[in-house]
Design a protein around this ligand. Structure first.
Ligand SMILES: *Cc1c(COP(=O)(O)O)cnc(C)c1O
Length: 394
């Protein structure tokens, strides 16, 4: 057998402008490649403390229970749902995007009964609909997606939703996978009981360690359970022995991912939360200006626009797969297709973390204009690029 050269084993270098992963910051890559120590090494225990404290800062919470879950965002999502949901609990899940459906599946596996709060894909959940659903279903848990990566919608009125849920005695779980470190999020001020996220979206880490935070109120529901959590791996009462005072072995932490996450969180804090949200808004705003001046439109109303994920409507007759292939093969640029109800109609262009920078959106707008002109779509590629350039120089 012929041996492969290192070159052949290296994956291509892409510009990651899809719904995640995003480009990893060079400092984070360096941290990721430092030699792992044991998961109970005194030096690692210090790093764990630092990561927990940085996570509290970035989530804007005082929650003691704030940890990185081993695994990707879905692991943190399942940790949230599996721990908080007791058999027989009614759990409200959102129907306005792809991830509500995943939540419902996890609720069922935890022994709960999901009830959907419906809204069209591309719109946020109306506060009234959450209120009606709370009145008719009397849920124990209310879930919503703060930043819906499938539709590019940012859920507004979060405090109203948590207020209604609390009036009904429910615990609130928020999916903040595509908002943490990218758009404004204030877990405590907004009354969110449980929030989970992922490393590879606006934090620009490699996937593998995923932020999770729970209020004392939410944790009380977990510790008062009659029946143990149905997942051993994600059982927070067990994980507490590792992340809490005791520091006892539960499972081996993904040490390298925790190194990476620490560095990524340090970068967020160095930049400053507000400066970071502003950067996402400014850079994604230039992208939005470019695609709209080109003749395209976003799939969301300006009031619900999510800078970290831009859902761009394609003109009729344009083949989304051909556009995506062209961007990848000619520009090494990754964007994604629509999911579910929006499949074939939109492109999903991320603007997350280290990927949210001027040169990236200039490339996206130029490359997209080229791909669309090749399909004879009636767009003005030059006007789009000029609008992006203008927005970035302001
Ligand atoms: C990416 C994503 C997830 C799932 O995260 P994975 O890291 O793919 O497991 C969940 N919710 C939202 C909103 C996401 O964007």
């Amino acid at each position: 057998m012929e041996s492969q050269s290192v070159d052949e084993l290296l994956p291509p270098e892409r510009m990651l402008m899809g719904p995640g992963p995003s480009d990893v910051h060079p400092r984070v890559l360096q941290a990721f490649s430092t030699p792992p120590v044991g998961h109970l090494d005194p030096s690692f225990v210090e790093i764990m403390d630092e990561v927990q404290s940085l996570l509290r800062t970035v989530f804007q919470t005082e929650n003691e229970w704030t940890i990185p879950v081993s695994g990707t965002g879905s692991a943190a999502m399942e940790a949230a749902i599996a721990n908080v949901t007791e058999p027989g609990d009614t759990v409200l899940v959102p129907g306005n995007g792809y991830f509500g459906d995943r939540m419902a599946k996890m609720v069922r596996r935890a022994g709960g009964e999901p009830a959907t709060v419906d809204a069209p894909w591309g719109e946020p959940l109306p506060v009234e609909a959450v209120k009606d659903a709370c009145e008719s279903h009397d849920p124990a848990v209310v879930c919503f997606v703060h930043a819906e990566t499938s539709t590019g919608v940012k859920q507004p009125h979060v405090s109203d939703i948590t207020g209604i849920a609390h009036d009904h005695g429910a615990v609130v779980i928020a999916d903040t996978v595509t908002s943490l470190g990218g758009v404004e999020l204030a877990v405590d001020d907004w009354g969110i009981d449980v929030a989970y996220s992922a490393g590879q979206k606006c934090l620009s880490c490699p996937p593998g360690a995923s932020p999770l935070t729970l209020s004392d109120r939410a944790m009380a529901k977990v510790t008062d359970r009659d029946e143990p959590v149905r997942s051993w791996y994600l059982d927070l009462t067990e994980l507490g022995s590792y992340w809490g005072e005791e520091r006892a072995y539960h499972h081996t932490a993904p040490v390298s991912n925790v190194y990476a996450l620490r560095e990524a969180l340090r970068i967020v804090v160095e930049e400053g939360l507000e400066a970071r949200w502003d950067r996402h808004e400014r850079v994604a705003g230039a992208l939005r200006d470019g695609v709209t001046k080109m003749g395209l439109s976003l799939n969301t109303e300006p009031a619900f626009w999510l800078p970290s994920l831009n859902a761009v409507r394609l003109p009729p007759g344009v083949d989304d797969g051909a556009v995506i292939d062209h961007l990848l093969s000619e520009y090494n640029l990754e964007v994604a297709a629509g999911l579910g109800a929006l499949s074939g109609d939109i492109l999903r262009i991320g603007c997350m973390g280290y990927s949210a920078k001027p040169e990236n959106v200039l490339t996206v707008v130029a490359a997209l204009g080229d791909a669309l002109e090749r399909q004879d779509a009636s767009v003005d590629a030059a006007a789009g690029l000029e609008a992006t350039r203008q927005a970035l120089t302001q």
